[in-house]
Design a protein around this ligand. Structure first.
Ligand SMILES: Cc1ncc(COP(=O)(O)O)c(C=O)c1O
Length: 370
């Protein structure tokens, strides 16, 4: 019988995610599957929680991976923290902020939004004015907007949100393991991420963390969490305490993968990993600029792990990406929404953020574009 898996090529993943996966993570994924209440597995679960706390720089007890991709993490935060009629403010400058708005709206919240031009950051002065006018139950924003390559000013926003008394929810799907995140210091009450970006694990898990204030809100709810699978008041009984209670069958081997991915980052040192991302970003930018290509985002607001490059006039986005993947086995991303056909998104996430990968891409670009 023909087995399609034997024909898979090794693609250099330089798009907006998934990123390259290391051999150690692939090895971890193939370790023996254990029962989801096995004591060895439970000790791995405990260590994953500890690893995530370290990377998010938080002491939050409720720090666990949700079984599902980054969007499940997003949904978990909203369904647990919002009740019908809550006042919610979403700060939007890309596709993932828009997705937050959609989820909050579906949950029956009174949703206000402030929209900023895609490719520019959230402006704190404008947010400040809005927060003076109205009290919110929750304010949500994306840290690293993968659709545009913009880094939003989370620390500054955290202070403003704290003065308003609302909960502060942050998407760190693309930022975790690539840039500094100080969850406690910055006053973040709830955060979610995804395994397939700077953590360099395959997609399928969404680390989340809730502060004490967020847990209080969960306990004070007048109504049940409207989603059974993502109800943290039940999930917490599987992820903590002496008597673990079955909730759903955890994706055991995926959790081995996440364990190894976090282990790799902490062994290299979080600060070193963050510095490596910045160093590789600078290298990529200087190579691209030498070649006459320009970046979409102003220097001070650029993400190191997601570089939005303006597609030169007269060049076909899809044609170039097709050549890259078919002839060079390199994947990069295209633009989304208003940036479709206007930018390429080059990811330098986790394992991908290495000099040799940048060189391969630049060499290919030179051959194709010249
Ligand atoms: C910033 C951000 N938030 C949320 C998501 C959704 O994650 P997933 O595609 O893993 O569901 C992504 C995915 O690219 C993202 O980049």
């Amino acid at each position: 019988m023909d087995n399609k898996l034997n024909k898979l090529k090794n693609i250099l993943l330089m798009g907006p995610g998934p990123s390259c996966v290391s051999t150690s993570v692939y090895d971890a994924l193939s370790k023996p599957t254990l029962g989801h209440l096995d004591s060895d597995f439970i000790s791995i679960m405990d260590e994953i929680k500890y690893f995530l706390q370290k990377m998010l720089q938080t002491s939050n007890q409720l720090t666990i991976p949700i079984s599902g991709t980054g969007s499940a993490g997003m949904e978990a935060c909203f369904v647990n923290l919002i009740e019908k009629g809550d006042n919610v403010l979403i700060l939007i400058n890309g596709i993932f902020g828009k997705r937050m708005e959609d989820i909050a709206y579906r949950l029956g919240a009174n949703v206000d939004t402030i929209n900023f031009k895609w490719g520019t950051p959230i402006l704190t002065d404008i947010v400040k004015k809005k927060l003076i006018q109205k009290k919110y139950d929750l304010v949500a924003v994306v840290h690293a907007e993968t659709s545009t390559g913009v880094c939003n000013p989370i620390e500054k926003l955290g202070k403003l949100v704290k003065n308003n008394g609302s909960l502060f929810l942050v998407d760190c799907v693309t930022s975790l393991g690539g840039i500094n995140i100080q969850m406690d210091e910055w006053g973040i009450d709830a955060i979610y991420s995804g395994s397939q970006k700077c953590l360099s694990c395959p997609p399928g898990l969404a680390p989340i963390s809730f502060s004490r204030k967020a847990i209080e809100k969960l306990k004070r709810r007048n109504t049940k969490v409207p989603n059974w699978y993502l109800d943290l008041s039940m999930l917490i009984n599987y992820w903590s305490g002496e008597d673990r209670v079955y909730h759903h069958t955890a994706p055991i081997n995926m959790l081995y993968g996440l364990y190894q991915a976090c282990y790799n980052i902490l062994e290299e040192g979080l600060e070193n990993v963050v510095n490596r991302h910045m160093k590789m970003h600078k290298l990529l930018v200087s190579e691209l600029q030498d070649f006459g290509l320009e970046l979409l985002v102003e220097k001070n607001f650029r993400l190191p792990m997601l570089n939005a490059i303006k597609i030169p006039e007269g060049i076909s986005d899809i044609k170039i990406r097709n050549i890259l993947i078919k002839e060079y086995n390199i994947e990069i991303g295209g633009g989304l929404g208003p940036l479709s056909n206007k930018i390429w998104r080059i990811g330098l996430m986790g394992e991908t953020a290495k000099k040799e990968n940048i060189q391969k891409l630049i060499d290919a670009f030179k051959k194709i574009l010249q």
